[in-house]
Design a protein around this ligand. Sequence first.
Ligand SMILES: Cc1cc2nc3c(=O)[nH]c(=O)nc-3n(C[C@H](O)[C@H](O)[C@H](O)COP(=O)(O)O)c2cc1C
Length: 186
Amino acid sequence: MQKITLGAMPFMSVMPTLLVGANVKGKPNYMTAAWATVACMAPAMVCVAVNKMRYTAKGIEENKTFSLNIPSANQVVETDHCGLVSGSQEDKSEIFRSFYGKLKTAPLAEECPINIECRLFKSVDCGSHLLYIGEVVEIHADTACVTDGKPDITKINPIVYAQLTYFDVGKQVDRAFSAGKKYTKK
Ligand SMILES: Cc1cc2nc3c(=O)[nH]c(=O)nc-3n(C[C@H](O)[C@H](O)[C@H](O)COP(=O)(O)O)c2cc1C
């Protein structure tokens, strides 16, 4: 394997495609985000990097709450639209039907199979982006997308983002915390 250097860039192999929900001036707004992941197990936390210019950032700062909504592959058009237009230019409150959970101020997109309700734990100013770390207060799941009490990605059919392209999950390669048991020293 011959390596070349590509310079510093915020690269990850694949990313999730999510919708960050926040109330801005009392109205729901949804923003597409791919720079998001799990942050902590106990307490349960997730995080998302939001550019300081985003309308969504205003809502998170205003309420100290937000949601991460996981759309299915069949919602790719609505999802991408939320990443093309800003709530500062166009009202995005009607793209999804919104409902509220425990926090009352984090809008949850009814049509998305999974909604993660978050209370802002901390924001880290990284430069262009604020890393919002949210404590998960509840997960709302479509019953059709749950197996044995857990979200099931084979049913959710989430959108994977990489290289300016949306993909689906693809096929299983092996089982985690298990495949490594087949390792033998060379
Ligand atoms: C696939 C995709 C992923 C994106 N990921 C992020 C992200 O992680 N963080 C971010 O700040 N903007 C991201 N954006 C850009 C915002 O979604 C876009 O600027 C949006 O219009 C902001 O909406 P708002 O101003 O209503 O908050 C992404 C856009 C797309 C299409």
